[in-house]
Design a protein around this ligand. Structure first.
Ligand SMILES: O=P(O)(O)OC[C@@]1(O)O[C@H](CO)[C@@H](O)[C@@H]1O
Length: 390
């Protein structure tokens, strides 16, 4: 089980360095009141030097977290599972700002200004304009390009950029990026044209990741590889740039408001129509912000995934939750770790944390010999697919 107790390790740096920077960024981005600053001071002290405390007496989810955190309260944040500590940090950060409390700050996204700046930026303009090159191309040319766009879009993660200093601004496929495993042929085999598939896509980041995800969704629907798509997003702001329903709305608007003659706007209009026709549905189950691996998912969610032709999970955190946030031997078969999933499942992920499975022995040897921080730097990616039906 990965914890943050090893000074200098990746999870240690997230808790000791990334979280304090994030608190400061939120202070800088909002005109906070004294009580909110005081709550952030308390969170900063608790999460870096103190012990894990319960939620406040009036928190709507106090009981739930009391159960989820049994055995962790009173311990250092660095000594409990990394996945749990990060989730609880985001829960407490939202609480400190009044996100869940009836009043003027209820529902305010503390990461909204960062997401908005990214979405309005010229990189998105360029990425939308680049779609024009694909317009009119046959589906078999579009498919791999759009899958790569969605995959590498995962590198544009605002949390990740806190400590990479913006070094990973470009998400262009093939730049300095490498695939450590590519099982995309298995994914396409599950989605033949006219096959009336139902695809579930578990989204990760908003903005520059969600837009290429939506473009891929449009491709699946328009090329009739999928009859319908269910897009799963977070029920509340999480891990900085994780997508919520408002982010889906903003991204769809960004697409439809692209220059009218371009392909991006056409895609936006088609997606808008697909939502009205019930072919594209958005859901936001509470479990997507829970501090546990997907092996602990509730039955209601399990039933949804069981009905999918394939579920595609985006990003690093979803991968950690899919295979378990543990230091598996890297050659552990992916399908061994996903055997509990109720149907075919695929992971599209750039590597931004220590967890890895499903590597070929020779690929692993070459990566280890490279001396690069291949597990955490976001320069490498994977497409892994467990295509077995259950
Ligand atoms: O899920 P995502 O957006 O691809 O990545 C989430 C992430 O930035 O957050 C964690 C550290 O906070 C790491 O697992 C990973 O680097």
């Amino acid at each position: 089980m990965i914890t943050s107790s090893e000074p200098g390790s990746f999870p240690w740096a997230v808790l000791a360095e990334r979280h304090p920077v994030l608190i400061q960024q939120v202070r800088d981005a909002f005109p906070l009141a004294p009580a909110q600053h005081a709550a952030l001071d308390a969170l900063l002290a608790e999460a870096t030097e103190g012990v894990i405390g319960p939620l406040g007496a009036d928190a709507h989810d106090r009981e739930r977290w009391a159960a989820w955190g049994q055995g962790y309260f009173g311990r250092s944040w660095f000594d409990v599972p990394f996945l749990w500590a990060e989730s609880y940090f985001y829960r407490k950060l939202l609480g400190a700002l009044g996100h869940f409390t009836p009043g003027p700050w209820q529902g305010i996204d503390p990461f909204g200004p960062f997401k908005a700046a990214e979405l309005a930026g010229k990189l998105v303009d360029e990425e939308l304009a680049a779609l024009d090159e694909l317009a009119g191309q046959p589906a078999d040319v579009q498919a791999p390009a759009l899958l790569a766009g969605s995959l590498w879009g995962n590198r544009a993660d605002l949390g990740f950029r806190i400590d990479s200093g913006g070094a990973h601004e470009s998400t262009a496929a093939g730049s300095d990026s490498r695939l450590v495993t590519d099982e995309s042929a298995r994914l396409w085999a599950l989605l033949p044209t006219g096959g009336a598939a139902t695809v579930h896509l578990v989204a990760d980041n908003a903005g520059r990741e969600l837009i290429p995800d939506l473009v891929l969704v449009d491709h699946l629907l328009h090329s009739e590889r999928a009859a319908d798509v269910v897009l799963h997003v977070k029920p509340h702001p999480y891990y900085i740039s994780d997508a919520t329903m408002s982010d889906v709305i903003d991204s769809l608007r960004r697409l439809t408001h692209a220059p009218a003659a371009g392909y991006a706007a056409e895609i936006g209009r088609r997606l808008w129509a697909a939502t009205a026709a019930g072919r594209l549905t958005v859901r936001a189950h509470e479990f997507f912000c829970a501090p546990f691996p997907y092996s602990a998912m509730p039955d209601a969610l399990r039933e949804q995934f069981a009905a999918a032709t394939v579920t595609v999970l985006k990003g690093d955190l979803n991968y950690r939750r899919l295979v378990g946030d543990q230091l598996w031997p890297p050659t552990t078969p992916f399908a061994e770790r996903t055997a509990y999933w109720p149907g075919p499942v695929a992971a599209l992920r750039t590597l931004k944390s220590d967890v890895i499975t499903g590597l070929d022995r020779d690929v692993l040897a070459a990566l280890e010999a490279s001396g690069e921080a291949w597990r955490t730097s976001g320069t490498h990616a994977l497409v892994q697919v467990d295509a077995r039906s259950r």
